[in-house]
Design a protein around this ligand. Structure first.
Ligand code: ADP
Length: 577
């Protein structure tokens, strides 16, 4: 399964909506560019007049006046251009910043199941390659495009005003230009789409190989992964070659047009001037205008190309917004703190249920251990109980309201999942804690840290709560990272916690220390512990044995041992290890 890609219309509507929102700033920029371009038109016109006046005979004073006027317009143009460019850059930056924020909101709200199914490579490619491509175009392309269009329109208008008869020669190369550009633009979109997709796949392969390097090593998959990366590279190379071929047709055709235009004007205008139907000065001015068009037309085509690339990227970025949410929040309020599962089924892949109708009533305040062989579905059940994924059948409710119908912020105040993966975010310790509660006062943060036995080391950090941690910041041990995660839980204060083998990866000493922190967090809450070690089960109020996606036994440890079933067997074998 891949993340969706927006179609042309949706992408266009998004871009237009974005421009409309910044209409005011955009108009100011357009006006500034029009003024600058108009000032740029004065030069050739003055030159034309100079030629005519000198031919007819004039005074040195007149020549000096014309030259001074030309200098004044050049200065005016430079000043206008500077202001316009500056405004354009600020405009590009703010549009891009807005897009980036929107994208971040979308990505962070993506249903986890979709991200897992689509693989992270595609998402990473969209957040890096595609965002970079858009950034470049929005920053530089949008302003340049406005300048190019304004300059071309005004310059053509000026030549037509001077002499339509001479100006027609300017358009001699136009058919070549149009045919080549059209040919190119038609093929460009799928070609660039293919190029982006190729990089996304390559990204996915490389990221997965690196992240799973131990598994790759252990299973001797190295050659296979390398082969796959090679194949992905070959496809990326082919895709790049295809777009390069497109450009190598477009560029020479455009160049040809630029050579043809001024030559045609010169020859045709020269003949007309010889006939006496136009002045030499008019021909001079129009030749100058024609030559002045080269820059803006090139810019236009170059940016049309880039904009095509950006449009492809934009459609991939907006595509992420098209992912249907996996839940819809209602406004029902849970009547109690009792979590109940009824007939819960779950399939990662359609038709392959890994949970086969699980019923479970959590008693408020109890500690339930879930045990069972690897692959039995314990973690999946844990994720259902924490509302991470909506079940594909049945329901998990809290106080009568399905977990997946609660707004996410509310859900986390009822049930939270604690796993062994703890990411320390770039920012201060306080920032990391405030992910759980944006407005928490420093005192609350300190209380939460104290509750998990972490206040001592946080206070010992160079800047205490305000020490930068995470990538590039002050390094934290895995145990400290986990304590931060636990302190976040204290701030969230959910009544039910699902622990997925929370301490198994740590060394035993750290684990014992953490267990104390953890116990402080667990006190007074309903706890579902997916047990890695059976002694956790022994200490629990009840034990549920999960096997093959079903709960096969459930009850207090002693009863299950006395009953002599699967749990009794597990327990006995564990004790005799
Ligand atoms: P346990 O926690 O008991 O080891 P899990 O809940 O992790 O079991 O897995 C139950 C079944 O679901 C296993 O067959 C596993 O292969 C499958 N499974 C787990 N996660 C995924 C996933 N993200 N995509 C597809 N299948 C999965």
């Amino acid at each position: 399964m891949k993340l969706p890609i927006a179609d042309g219309r949706t992408t266009w509507r998004y871009a237009v909506g974005m421009l409309r929102r910044h209409r005011g700033a955009f108009t100011v920029i357009a006006v500034l560019h029009v003024l600058a371009a108009t000032a740029g038109l004065v030069g050739p016109w003055l030159l034309g007049r100079l030629v005519d006046d000198v031919t007819a005979g004039t005074t040195a004073d007149h020549v000096r006046d014309l030259v001074l006027f030309a200098v004044a317009t050049i200065v005016a143009r430079a000043v206008l251009q500077k202001v316009a460019q500056q405004r354009s850059m600020v405009f590009g930056e703010s549009v891009f910043a807005e897009m980036r924020e929107e994208f971040l909101d979308t990505v962070t709200a993506l249903p986890l199941s979709v991200v897992e199914r689509a693989g992270t490579g595609d998402l990473v490619a969209r957040t890096t390659n595609d965002v970079n491509k858009i950034q470049h175009t929005v920053r530089f392309g949008l302003p340049q495009l406005v300048v190019a269009v304004v300059t071309i329109v005004l310059t053509v208008a000026a030549t037509l005003l001077l002499s339509p008869l001479v100006a027609v020669a300017m358009f001699v190369g136009l058919p070549i230009l149009l045919v080549a550009t059209r040919w190119y633009l038609r093929r460009a979109e799928p070609a660039y789409q293919r190029e982006s997709a190729a990089y996304a796949v390559l990204n996915g392969t490389v990221t997965e190989s690196v992240e799973g390097v131990r598994t790759v090593d252990a299973l001797h998959l190295g050659a296979r992964r390398t082969g796959r990366a090679d194949a992905d590279l070959a496809e990326a190379f082919a895709a790049e070659t295809a777009t390069l071929n497109l450009r190598s047709v477009l560029f020479p055709s455009v160049d040809l047009t630029f050579v043809l235009a001024p030559i045609s004007v010169l020859v045709w205008g020269g003949w007309l001037a010889a006939q006496g139907s136009v002045s030499v000065g008019t021909v001079t001015a129009i030749v100058m205008y024609t030559m002045q068009l080269t820059g803006p037309v090139w810019n236009l085509i170059f940016w049309l190309d880039e904009i095509q690339v950006a449009a492809t990227s934009l459609s991939r970025i907006i595509g992420v917004r098209l992912v249907a949410p996996d839940r819809e929040a209602g406004d029902a309020v849970p009547a109690s703190e009792t979590v109940t599962a009824r007939g819960v089924r779950y399939a990662y892949r359609e038709g392959h249920d890994v949970l086969h109708g699980i019923d479970l009533d959590l008693r408020p305040g109890e500690r339930l251990a879930i045990v069972g062989p690897s692959g039995a579905g314990k973690s999946t059940l844990g994720r259902m109980l924490a509302g991470i994924h909506p079940p594909t059948g049945g329901s998990v409710t809290v106080g009568g309201v399905p977990l997946v119908e609660l707004p996410l912020e509310d859900l986390r105040r009822h049930v939270a999942l604690v796993t062994q993966e703890h990411h320390v975010f770039v920012g201060t310790v306080a920032d990391n804690l405030r992910l759980a509660d944006v407005d928490a006062a420093p005192e609350r943060l300190r209380d939460a840290l104290a509750a998990v036995d972490a206040l001592t080391w946080v206070d010992a950090l160079p800047e205490g709560l305000h020490t930068e941690v995470g990538s590039g910041g002050h390094p934290l041990t895995p145990a400290q990272a986990q304590q931060l995660a636990l302190a976040r839980l204290v701030l969230l204060d959910p009544h039910t916690l699902v622990l997925d083998e929370a301490t198994s990866l740590l060394d035993p000493r750290a684990a014992r220390h953490l267990e104390r922190s953890l116990n402080a967090v667990l006190a007074g809450r309903t706890v579902v512990a997916i047990a890695h070690r059976l002694h956790t089960a022994h200490d629990a109020d009840r034990v549920a044995v999960v096997d093959g996606g079903r709960i096969t036994e459930i009850g207090p440890h002693d009863e299950l041992v006395a009953a002599g079933g699967e749990y009794a067997r597990l327990w006995n074998s564990w004790q005799h290890q």
